[in-house]
Design a protein around this ligand. Structure first.
Ligand SMILES: Cc1cc2nc3c(=O)[nH]c(=O)nc-3n(C[C@H](O)[C@H](O)[C@H](O)COP(=O)(O)OP(=O)(O)OC[C@H]3O[C@@H](n4cnc5c(N)ncnc54)[C@H](O)[C@@H]3O)c2cc1C
Length: 415
């Protein structure tokens, strides 16, 4: 039974999903004195893709109190990102220290089963109630306002748990998006991804050892190469589905074919052994037409996901959680649970997401390269690195974006 005798039947906030977005929001809101319940369908530790942090997560991780744990962890430290051309010519790495000083100029490559557990433990420490193995079926609405969820544990029938605010942090499950028919594909951006893990892949020396390397595949897509603890490396391809699945739909077969085709990558994997199954997602990108309503909001991947090229997923998950937490707190204080109050965080966030969107479209424009851009516009290299570290929310990047628009046409705004 979900409702055990001494458990409350109603909360200020119910969060669907115990990933980084859900636990971060719950931690902040609980610390403000509001009762928070996090429901997660699986039990932890659990596998998750999305291992490379970007430096601008620093502020939120700091305010969550997670930095000491990350510093003590065995996660490789990431100082840079490097783009390798199809011929194998490696452009110089973009070191984050070019635009930020000190501790903030580095971040981590995380094993998600451990990182997500760390975030969850932090929420528990803040007093958040967490129910693992508890799946939310649907959000309950009364007169158009979200008032709680129907959830079940194991084979038990679903039961109602009420709250003033429902936060959808269910990741790609997009519980509210599906329930209200808000989830949509993104025009002109539909990529697939297939990935696995190796032991013994080549590591670079010194501060480059923890870099993310992006191997570009001519006119097709790219591979990520992300060093993880215990000599493991995460290796995945992102490409158009019509290219990836043209001959077969077998993830394992396609993955082996692509690793072999990418010369500079297979060189790095020469003495490595594949140590995990091949996983994949056929349609990566989606967005919800609306991310806030009366009594509810969406954060992290539940709101949308574009593309992994800039490793912005965890940053956007944490940033949206923190911004949204402030709005939830104010909404509860003022007793104003309207879409306008709860969703007040979305404006600044969407401006930032739009910058990421423009950079994604630029990356996939075959006539454009960031190397050529940085050579032609050395004055904008710092702004480009700001984007790569995630410093895009609440920041005026107009001169950089204007220069970018002269080399690659800007896409229509997402929102
Ligand atoms: C191929 C690929 C590569 C990526 N690489 C990177 C990267 O390098 N760096 C990066 O920052 N990001 C990356 N990402 C994105 C990153 O994985 C996500 O942005 C991030 O995990 C979002 O966190 P979240 O908390 O919003 O969602 P999640 O981490 O997905 O958490 C959602 C939680 O909700 C739970 N849940 C789902 N449905 C229900 C339900 N009905 N009831 C209860 N609980 C439920 C799930 O079990 C899960 O624990 C990548 C994504 C993909 C697809």
């Amino acid at each position: 039974m979900i409702q055990q005798p001494n458990r409350p039947t109603s909360y200020d906030v119910i969060v669907i999903g115990g990933g980084p977005a859900g636990t971060a929001l719950a931690t902040f809101v609980q610390r403000q004195g509001h009762s928070c319940l996090v429901l997660n369908d699986s039990t932890f530790p659990r596998y998750h893709i999305g291992e490379s942090l970007i430096p601008h997560t620093y502020g939120t991780l700091d305010r969550l109190g997670l930095l000491p744990k990350l510093r003590e962890s065995h996660f490789p430290v990431k100082h840079s990102v490097r783009f390798v051309s199809p011929s194998g010519a490696a452009a110089d790495p973009f070191y984050f220290s070019e635009t930020i000083e000190g501790d903030r100029a580095r971040t981590w490559q995380v094993k998600r089963s451990e990182f997500d557990q760390m975030c969850l433990d932090n929420a528990l420490q803040a007093g958040v109630e967490v129910r693992m193995g508890t799946s939310v079926h649907e959000v309950m609405f009364e007169n158009g306002q979200a008032v709680g969820v129907m959830a079940h544990q194991g084979a038990e029938p679903p039961s109602a748990i009420r709250s003033k605010v429902v936060v959808d942090a269910s990741g790609r499950s997009t519980i509210i998006g599906k329930q209200l028919g808000l989830r949509e594909e993104i025009p002109n951006l539909q990529k697939s991804s297939i990935w696995s893990y190796y032991r013994g892949g080549q590591r670079l020396a010194g501060i480059d050892a923890g870099e993310t390397t992006v191997f570009t595949i001519q006119d097709r897509g790219w591979f990520w190469y992300i060093p993880l603890p215990d000599d493991i490396v995460s290796v995945g391809i992102v490409a158009a589905p019509e290219y990836l699945f043209d001959e077969s739909s077998d993830f394992e077969k396609i993955y082996q074919r692509e690793v072999e085709r990418c010369g500079p990558l297979s060189e790095r994997l020469q003495n490595a052994e594949q140590v995990d199954i091949v996983r994949g997602i056929r349609k990566l990108a989606y967005l919800n037409r609306q991310v806030a309503g009366d009594g509810w909001i969406m954060i992290g991947d539940a709101a949308g996901f574009l593309d992994p090229i800039y490793s912005s997923g965890l940053f956007l998950a944490l940033a949206s959680a923190e911004l949204a937490a402030n709005c939830v707190h104010e909404a509860l204080e003022k007793d104003d649970l309207s879409a306008g109050q709860l969703g007040a965080f979305t404006g600044a966030l969407w401006d930032g997401v739009d910058v990421v969107w423009r950079l994604i479209k630029a990356y996939y424009d075959p006539t454009f390269s960031f190397r050529a851009f940085a050579e032609r516009h050395p004055e904008h290299r710092a702004a480009l690195i700001d984007c790569l570290i995630g410093d895009v929310v609440g920041k005026d990047l107009t001169p950089f974006l204007d220069a970018l628009a002269k080399m690659t046409p800007p896409p229509a705004r997402l929102k």
